[in-house]
Design a protein around this ligand. Structure first.
Ligand code: NAP
Length: 342
């Protein structure tokens, strides 16, 4: 199968205020691989990874590159070895970092990293959720090794979430709270603070002031878990001081420096990186866990236990609206998520 479709992409890095930073073009939908679904895209969201990817483009590409790592759409066709979905199913997913993204009319995506979209949400609400939910879930329940089902045992445990109001933090605060943990989240202003308290945080601390002092004043000498969702280098010294003996730390942000792990040795602390794309990038045998996680997230949303995190949306899907959405994420103070839908 090979068909023409519209897509939005770039050939070189340009500031998002430039009309050519993201532009529409016609391209060809490739032939699906055996595990692929052909999805008609109805809504997409913008994440910091879109910005990072555009900024990393140092040369001019011969063909436009399509980014976009969150979508909700309908299955139009299925590959020869698929078994989880059928034509007509409404799905949501983040996709793979090494394949064309979701900013296109149709997308090919491996069914092992796709979930059934929540029945109670609109496409634009659903598209706000996959990348951040996968990241938050993998951080908490895989990398930090918290047991989602041990609500009673978890109640004595505390977690500090650095950046509780961004895309990932807005899901992580909710999931940690659902698992029974005492959630302390950072915020930089009253709006973020209010959002975090409405999304599972028990306490909110202001990152413009001394975090250690504020957390001690709340009655926590140390915390059992720390999740860095903003800037590991900037927060490393605070993290190493606040983490409890035998505590767990996970980070989703990169580090430009050599990390000093020495302060963690005496406390026997475990440190883990999370990269949401790792499973699909390396096609690991546990890749299908992303299908399972997204289906759990879908159920939690439909049961009303998890709130969708959409705060801003643009319509229709075109280059101009994607540039507007990207500019909001680039600003670095976005609460929740922004989507662009049909
Ligand atoms: N490894 C992975 O798999 C993975 C997955 C997703 C994202 N990421 C990375 O994780 C980071 C967060 O992404 P995101 O989409 O969740 O967030 P985001 O939406 O970009 O975060 C925006 C939030 O950051 C907060 N913030 C701004 N400056 C801060 C500071 N100095 N300290 C603490 N919080 C601050 C803002 O709160 P205020 O308005 O209150 O300042 C705002 O609500 C990005 O670097 C992204 O690339 C990695």
């Amino acid at each position: 199968m090979s068909q023409k479709m519209n897509a939005i992409g770039y050939t070189k890095y340009l500031p998002i205020s430039d009309a050519k930073s993201l532009f529409s073009f016609e391209t060809e939908l490739k032939t699906p691989q055996p595990h692929d679904l052909v999805v008609k895209v109805e809504a997409v969201s913008v994440n910091p990874v879109d910005i990072f990817t555009r900024r990393s483009q140092k040369t001019t590409l011969p063909e436009p590159k399509v980014i976009g790592y969150d979508a909700c759409g309908t299955v139009e066709a299925v590959g020869t070895e698929t078994s989880l979905f059928q034509k007509g199913d409404r799905v949501f997913y983040a996709g793979s970092y090494i394949r064309p993204g979701s900013d296109s009319e149709y997308q090919l995506v491996d069914e092992r990293i796709v979930g059934h979209a929540p029945k109670s949400l609109t496409p634009k609400e659903s598209a706000a959720m996959p990348l951040t939910s996968l990241t938050a879930w993998e951080c908490l329940f895989e990398q930090l090794e918290i047991d989602f089902n041990a609500y009673q045992n978890n109640q004595s445990k505390s977690i500090l979430i650095i950046n509780g109001s961004g895309g990932v933090g807005s899901v992580a605060t909710q999931l940690a709270n659902l698992a029974g943990l005492q959630v302390i989240a950072t915020a930089g202003n009253e709006k973020s603070k209010k959002w975090e308290l409405e999304h599972g945080a028990k306490h909110v601390v202001d990152y413009h002031h001394d975090l250690i002092k504020q957390i001690h004043q709340l009655g926590f000498e140390t915390v059992d878990y720390i999740l860095d969702l903003k800037n590991l280098d900037a927060y490393w010294s605070i993290i190493t001081k606040l983490i409890a003996p035998f505590g767990h730390i996970a980070s989703i942000t990169g580090s430009g420096k050599d990390m000093n792990f020495a302060p963690l040795k005496q406390k026997a602390v475990i440190f883990a990186w999370e990269w949401m794309f790792a499973k699909s990038y390396f096609e690991t045998p546990n890749m299908i866990t992303q299908h399972e996680i997204l289906d759990k997230i879908s159920n939690l949303l439909d049961e009303g236990k998890l709130k969708n995190t959409l705060t801003k949306s643009f319509t229709p899907i075109n280059a101009e609206n994607l540039r507007k959405a990207t500019a909001l994420v680039e600003d670095g103070h976005m609460i929740g998520k922004v989507t662009v839908s049909k």
